[in-house]
Design a protein around this ligand. Sequence first.
Ligand code: PLP
Length: 389
Amino acid sequence: PLHLAERMQRLGTETAFEVLVRARALEAKGRDVVHLEIGEPDFDTPGNVIDAAVGALRGGFTHYGPSAGLPKLREAIANDVGRFRNIQVSPDEVVVVPGGKPIIFYCMLALANEGDEVIYPNPGFPIYESMINFSGARAVPIPLREERQFRLDVNELASLITPRTRVIILNSPANPTGGVLDEQDIHDIISVIGDRNIMVLSDEIYSRLIFEGQHFSPLSIPEFRERTILLDGFSKTYAMTGWRLGFGVMRPDLAAHIARLMTNSNSCTASFTQMAGVEALTGDQSSVTRMCEAFRERRDLMVDGLNRIKGFRCLRPKGAFYVFPNIQGTGWTSQKLANALLDEAGVACLSGTAFGSYGEGYIRFSVANSPENIQKALDRIEQWVNTHV
Ligand code: PLP
């Protein structure tokens, strides 16, 4: 028998990848499926970024680099993060890692002891809960509710903080809800934390995909700077999911410890990929604006379409590229509805419960697909609902 370590039982998963496999299996049998399950831009990586990677490969960026990232990229990230949030950021606060996800993993390993508590959004990105549990800490969900446009309730947050709370995870704009925390929300959260020694892991991977208002980060609050860890990356902003390039911004002493975890696991992030990252940040930004505009139009198409379908009620998210309709009016549970839409209507989506127990009553559609495909999905859902709800 396989003697698996006990910790493996605490490891969760990201259902999107499993649904994608199921959808592909249906396609292999000749079925047509509209893919609204996976959270990645359908756009290709901008050409200037690809050219930079090819140039870097030819130019010898094929060797090991420093664990914390190439100095040139750390500097470009420090400048970009600082400019976007109107603050000064130093390169020694930056750690480059393969994607945004490793920052979650490494921060849990570096900051949470067995028995410590980590508060995380629910419904939220499923990797938070998985990584907290894996680290041995206790995962404490903070519910996000539709009545508050899926912004957390600070009174509820206050009631969840204990002397064992070490980290609070925030995600704005959020996956799966598209909810956005505004400046006041962030200030309220910071004041509830007060002078406790609690770190905030602020996952801002969708910060450039915002449709209303302005992005605000706890990193911009000077007295909270030392307790903020920013997570961001290239996957969503520059349509670079497959490149595996992300970063954290944090106090330099913690950044050095995260770099030690890198030394022990990845050695470094791929060197030519990092050079492409420099071009992404310093080159032409018009593709970012173009993609954001496209996601806004698709969001509107999807939200308006869903709100015309019996049993669906959908808020208009302010950021990211997901919509998270309330489906309680259909009389179906989330998982059953998501399965039926894939198997019977040919529309792949995710059950709200894939994002935690508070996701019951909702399903998630990614709108990172063409307007034609989104319309096709809406037509199929409507037709299916007319005979099953
Ligand atoms: N954080 C959130 C909220 C996400 O939705 C995702 C990707 O889906 C990530 C982090 C991870 O991004 P990456 O692909 O760069 O690891």
